[in-house]
Write a protein that binds this ligand. Structure first.
Ligand code: IMP
Length: 214
């Protein structure tokens, strides 16, 4: 049996679903945290999205003995010199406290005129092998920070992010509409195109090793 395996370095259910959807139909068994007895600490201590995604993918690939996929994402605001950037999830102090992170962003942006509210979401996806081979995909979604939150959908900074060419915030879009323009949706589609064309070759050549990390 030559079916390849891929470990996902995220415990986030929403992301797992999106990634599984993007990889559907490939001859690849997807393993998540629930498939392993223990789980290595996967830390985000880098200064760039690339460093963070790569560190997590390399660590999980080494630990599990199979290729691994990790992602890192966040919001860069021009008027704030690129902040919150890689600190997007901890901007207000507590990891993943979306409401406080968004409140801090609006405070920092108070009085900034519309012409200076440009921002972008960034998503970097890293694939790594146990031998240290690696591949990166980066995509962005350009837009602007709204003055007040609108919409109930999505998560994180979605209620204050208006994608370029739209007048609704990300949180006012349906999931399908968001995926069509979002940084993560674009990165996953590009990843799929690469995988469909057999890239990276090491992912498909990786031997299946029973019993590793399980
Ligand atoms: P991470 O990629 O899980 O580290 O997420 C980083 C943080 O970036 C999240 O906690 C959100 O605050 C923000 N973020 C990333 N992607 C999105 C998105 O699609 N919408 C809104 N916020 C996002």
């Amino acid at each position: 049996m030559s079916r390849g395996r891929l470990a996902l370095a995220t415990g986030n259910r929403g992301k797992i679903r999106e990634i599984e959807e993007a990889l559907a139909g490939l001859d690849m068994e997807i393993l998540t945290r629930d498939d392993f007895r223990d789980w290595p600490p996967l830390e985000e201590t880098g200064k760039t999205f690339e460093e963070n995604a790569l560190a997590k993918a390399l660590e999980l690939a080494r630990w599990s003995g199979m290729p691994a996929l990790a992602d890192d994402s966040g919001l860069e605001v021009e008027a704030l010199g690129g902040a919150p950037g890689v600190d997007s999830a901890v901007y207000a102090g507590t990891h993943g406290d979306d409401a406080s992170n968004l409140a801090r962003l609006l405070r920092e942006m108070q009085g900034v005129p519309p012409s200076r509210r440009r921002a972008r979401f960034v998503c970097v996806i890293a694939l790594a092998s146990p031998a240290g081979e690696r591949m990166l995909v980066r995509e962005t979604c350009e837009g602007a920070v709204a003055e007040t939150p609108r919409g109930e959908g999505g998560f994180g900074y979605d209620p204050v992010f208006v994608p370029e060419g739209m007048d609704r915030t990300m949180a006012e879009l349906s999931l399908r509409e968001k995926n069509a323009v979002s940084h993560r949706g674009k990165a996953l589609r590009r990843l799929r195109v690469m995988l469909d064309s057999g890239e990276p070759a090491w992912l498909f050549a990786a031997p299946r090793r029973e019993g590793w990390g399980e």
